[in-house]
Design a protein around this ligand. Structure first.
Ligand code: ZN
Length: 230
């Protein structure tokens, strides 16, 4: 009797460590290529079919597409954090410069770490912040990375850059440009700015801007010096 038929042999292409989405940590994997062989007396003779290769976790046995080998959400998250920190830092630097102020890396670090919920600036961010970029470069960075933040996150970046002091029109224009480049609506940015710019009428009526009753707007009267000729 002739014994012939087919079976599947899973060829091991490579093995190593990868981030298993099921185990949610680093695990050993084997990259396998299943092929169906035609055999005669159990000796494989010819490949009948080649299936798609897959990556198998050696702990949970789950199978993934080949791309899983290079997919590491922790690394991607770290890259994203670094990019947002660099963007927020550049926004703060540019707004501070428009007010002729300087920020220390410590001030930037304190805010960006608070915003991102991390303990220290991501690796490489400090170097990125020491590189000065011009206004359009900063706005491009904001456009590229703005989508990474929620409207609330964008607002927090603007508020941190602004502080709580009144700002000059040139800074208002810059902040408006940044806010819109981030993807905030012009109305939203105007709302944030309006909190720092007292409306003229309110300013006029504010007690501290009114002249106290006991003072005068005029310089005090000075009696003319006695004539030297007397
Ligand atoms: Zn696993």
């Amino acid at each position: 009797m002739i014994i012939w038929g087919s079976y599947v042999i899973r060829k091991e292409l490579k093995s190593g460590q990868f981030y298993c989405p099921q185990c949610q940590t680093d695990r050993q994997y084997i990259h396998k290529l299943p092929r169906r062989w035609g055999h005669l007396y159990w000796i494989p003779l010819v490949v009948l079919d080649t299936h798609e290769s897959y990556v198998e976790c050696q702990t949970c046995s789950n199978a993934y597409q080949e791309q899983a080998i290079d997919h590491d959400p922790r690394r991607e998250h770290a890259i994203k954090m670094a990019a947002i920190a660099a963007m927020a830092g550049q926004v703060m630097i540019h707004v501070a410069h428009s007010r002729e102020a300087e920020l220390t890396i410590g001030q930037i670090e304190k805010f960006t770490c608070g915003l991102l919920g991390i303990k220290k600036l991501p690796e490489g961010t400090e170097a990125q912040l020491s590189t000065s970029i011009d206004r359009s470069g900063m706005l491009n960075l904001v456009r590229e990375r703005g989508d990474e933040l929620t409207a609330r996150g964008k607002e927090l970046v603007l508020r941190a850059a602004l502080g709580d002091e009144a700002i000059a029109p040139s800074t208002q224009t810059l902040v408006f440009e940044i806010g819109v480049a981030m993807g905030l609506t012009p109305a939203h940015v105007s709302g944030i700015l309006a909190e720092l710019i007292p409306p003229p009428i309110a300013k006029e009526l504010a007690p501290q801007s009114r002249c106290p009753a006991e003072e005068t707007v005029f310089a005090p009267y000075k009696a003319p010096a006695a004539s030297v000729w007397d």
